[in-house]
Design a protein around this ligand. Structure first.
Ligand SMILES: [Zn+2]
Length: 202
């Protein structure tokens, strides 16, 4: 079944098809069919999130180029330093994520399996296909700003090996800020520090 066909189905039919696919043992083929339905339902949301993410990254690329007092202060808040090594590392990471975001299509997204309350998304760091699994909290997140869809995509993309190589030492703005003060090196490799930095979190 093509995406266009799935999109043209009336909602009750689509829902029934989804329930059927969800129940019982799913074959690989059924799984792919379910992913297609899911993508058709979230296409607009995901395309918009990618667009917002690219705009957010472009703004940060300008800021890193400018490197004025305001730009340095933001780096100090989230990474505990504003030296050239920090700046360079951030520039390279933002550039790689911007390139990945532009290369990301709808096929790069899959629904979380299983879903987990409060989780935005997850990835497998070594996954060469760069698949992003979208979870429940993503759908109700704001488009931009703190803990947003645009930020969540960047957080996840930063985990990929050879892209950002980040990990999750701590979560949340309070712990992320404390980590920047205590251990700048760890803050630079922590995905939430990077996300809040990009989002311009207060
Ligand atoms: Zn993470």
């Amino acid at each position: 079944m093509s995406l266009a066909t799935i999109r043209s189905l009336p909602e009750p039919t689509r829902q029934r098809l989804k329930d059927e696919l969800r129940s019982g043992l799913m074959s690989d083929q059924d799984h792919e069919a379910y992913n297609k339905i899911w993508r058709a339902e979230h296409e607009t949301q995901l395309s918009q999130a990618l667009k917002d993410q690219q705009a957010m990254l472009a703004k940060k690329q300008d800021e890193l180029k400018r490197w004025d007092e305001d730009a340095k202060a933001k780096a100090r808040t989230w990474f505990g330093g504003d030296d050239e090594v920090t700046r360079k590392k951030l520039q390279e990471r933002v550039d790689r994520i911007a390139a990945l975001s532009k290369a990301t299509s709808l096929d790069s997204f899959k629904p979380a399996d299983p879903e987990k309350e409060g989780r935005f998304a997850y990835v497998y760091a070594k996954d060469e296909s760069r698949t992003i699994y979208i979870d429940k909290a993503f759908h109700s997140a704001p488009a931009t700003g703190t803990d947003s869809k645009a930020g969540a995509l960047s957080h996840e993309m930063s985990h990929f090996r050879g892209v950002g190589d980040t990990t999750d030492h701590v979560y949340g703005p309070t712990k992320a800020k404390a980590l920047a003060k205590k251990d700048p090196e760890a803050a630079l490799e922590n995905a939430d520090n990077f996300e809040y930095y990009l989002e311009g979190a207060p």
